[in-house]
Ligand binder design. Structure first.
Ligand code: DC
Length: 232
C-alpha cells in the first residue's frame, strides 16, 4: 500500500494527538507528536535557566539537543527522550504549557525542529500533528486536516488530561493558558498556526474519539483509492 503523509494541525486540546496516534496505530504508520518536541526543548531551557528572551544563548545550545521518540514496553505511545533522558511526563506539566508558546515562537528553535520533523517523515507512512505541519513541515502532505473545537470543550478535555496526570488546575487557569497559546501560536512570524488552503476542517466539538478516527480513516481510504478526488 502507498505510504502517505497525514498532517493534523489545529488549536491546543482539539484532539489532534489522540486522533493522530489512533489513526497511526490503525494504519501501522509512524506517529509524531511535534508539540512534544517543542515541549522538550522548552523543558531543556527551563532546566538550564535560559529565558526565552535570550536568543543568542538558545541558538548556541540548539546543536547539542537531540530529541527522540522511543517506544517503551506497554506504553500506548512513543515516549520523548532528550539527550537519552526520558522526559515524557515532565513535558506534560503545566509549568511547560505556561511558556511553551514563547519558546516555540523563536525562529531558530522552529528551524531546528522543522528540520528534524522533515527527516522523521521523509519516507512517508507518518501521521504528524502540530500547528504548521500542513503549511511548513509537509506542504506536500497528501491528507491535511485542521481540527477545531469549542473552547469550553477544550477546557474540559485538558482538565481531564491533567487530572489523569496528577495535576490540579482550575478551569479558569486552563482556559487562560489555552487562549494565550492560541494567540501566541497564531500571531508569531515564523510558522504560525494557520489552516492550509487545502486542509479539511473538522470541528471535533460533537465528535467522539472513535468517530474522529473513523472519519480520518475514511478520508485516507478515499485518497488511496482516488488520489485526485479528496477535495472534490
Ligand atoms: O500540541 P501541544 O499542545 O503539545 O503543543 C505545545 C506547544 O508547542 C503549542 O502551544 C505550540 C507549540 N507547537 C508549535 O509551535 N508547532 C508545532 N508544530 C507543534 C506545537
Amino acid at each position: 500500500m502507498k505510504s502517505i503523509i497525514i498532517a493534523i494541525d489545529g488549536y491546543s486540546s482539539c484532539g489532534k494527538s489522540t486522533t493522530a496516534r489512533l489513526v497511526a496505530q490503525r494504519l501501522q504508520y509512524l506517529f509524531i507528536d511535534s508539540g512534544a518536541m517543542y515541549r522538550a526543548v522548552t523543558w531543556y531551557f527551563l532546566e538550564k535557566g535560559i529565558d526565552s528572551q535570550n536568543v543568542t544563548e538558545i541558538e548556541a545550545h540548539l546543536p547539542s539537543i537531540n530529541i527522540e521518540f522511543r517506544q517503551l514496553p506497554d506504553a500506548t505511545m512513543p515516549a520523548v527522550f532528550l539527550n537519552d533522558q526520558l522526559i515524557e511526563s515532565e513535558i506534560r506539566a503545566p509549568r511547560i504549557a505556561a511558556v511553551v508558546s514563547e519558546y516555540s515562537a523563536i525562529p531558530c528553535i522552529r528551524k531546528a525542529m522543522v528540520k528534524q520533523q522533515q527527516i522523521m517523515g521523509e519516507f512517508g507512512g507518518v501521521v504528524m500533528d502540530g500547528r504548521d505541519i500542513g503549511t511548513v513541515v509537509f506542504p506536500q502532505a497528501e491528507l491535511k486536516l485542521f481540527l477545531t473545537a469549542d473552547i469550553d470543550i477544550r477546557v474540559k478535555r485538558r482538565s481531564i488530561e491533567l487530572e489523569h496526570k496528577g495535576y490540579n488546575q482550575s478551569p479558569e487557569e486552563i482556559k487562560r493558558n489555552l487562549l494565550h497559546r492560541d494567540y501566541v501560536d497564531t500571531h508569531r512570524s515564523e510558522g504560525p498556526l494557520l489552516k492550509a488552503s487545502d486542509a479539511i476542517e473538522i470541528d471535533t466539538t460533537f465528535h467522539t474519539v472513535e468517530s474522529q478516527v473513523e472519519l480520518v480513516i475514511s478520508m485516507f481510504e478515499k485518497i488511496i483509492s482516488y488520489p485526485a478526488k479528496i477535495n472534490s
